[in-house]
Design a protein around this ligand. Structure first.
Ligand code: ZN
Length: 221
């Protein structure tokens, strides 16, 4: 069914569950509907086309393949196409991503892209709580531009309290003090060096004029 390309993994999973596909019951666990991830593993497992993989090496199994090799290969192609499509539709980078929450239920607001009947794609914001369970929250999807506007309006009215203002200005002034102190330490060190060198030079010149140091030695200093 999946090889036809007409089914998404989720649709196939739903259909198979409806048709009664379950895991095998073990003495410890009752059989239950197969999980989506297990279905994914089954579709990609080379065992079904008659290959056995052992320590990363694939061998031809000594049994009749469960599905023909061509069908298995076709399934991998379809999987590849669906994965690429899913990846492409999941890149929704936006500055509001992960930072806005639903005012009704408190869940994160997700950014999705909806396509209108002309094929144009619009970014929408939907509540993650509602997406998981439609009855838990009644917030409708909103165009992202509307949310951006609301966020801007909100920040226009945000005022920092005198306490916060004082704390922030204290931090900034302390940082300036630290920078100025570093500078003046460095300046004092350099000034000290300069004075010491100047003093030595004077001493040497005095010694030279007193004929205590020959000119050659003074040159080499
Ligand atoms: Zn909500």
């Amino acid at each position: 069914m999946y090889a036809t390309g007409d089914w998404s993994m989720t649709q196939l999973h739903r259909e198979l569950t409806a048709r009664g596909l379950t895991t095998r019951a073990t003495p410890r666990r009752a059989s239950k509907p197969i999980r989506l991830s297990s279905l994914q593993r089954i579709l990609t497992n080379p065992y079904y086309k008659g290959d056995i993989t052992y320590h990363g090496v694939t061998y031809r199994g000594q049994y009749t393949p469960i599905v023909p090799v061509e069908v298995w290969a076709q399934v991998q192609t379809v999987l590849g196409m669906h994965t690429t499509a899913a990846d492409a539709s999941q890149i929704h980078d936006h500055y509001l991503k992960c930072s806005v929450f639903c005012g009704q239920c408190g869940h994160r607001l997700l950014i999705t892209h909806a396509r209108n009947k002309y094929g144009k794609i619009y970014p929408y914001v939907v509540c993650a709580g509602r997406q998981r369970n439609r009855d838990s929250c009644s917030r409708q999807a909103m165009p992202i531009s509307r949310v951006e506007q609301l966020v801007e309006d909100h920040y226009r009215h945000v005022q920092i309290t005198p306490g916060v203002r004082q704390a922030v200005s204290g931090m900034i002034l302390a940082e300036f003090d630290r920078l100025i102190n570093d500078r003046s330490d460095e300046l004092a060190r350099l000034t000290g060096n300069r004075d010491r060198l100047h003093h030595e030079q004077t001493k040497l010149m005095e010694a030279h004029y007193a004929d205590a140091v020959p000119l050659e030695l003074l040159r080499s200093e």
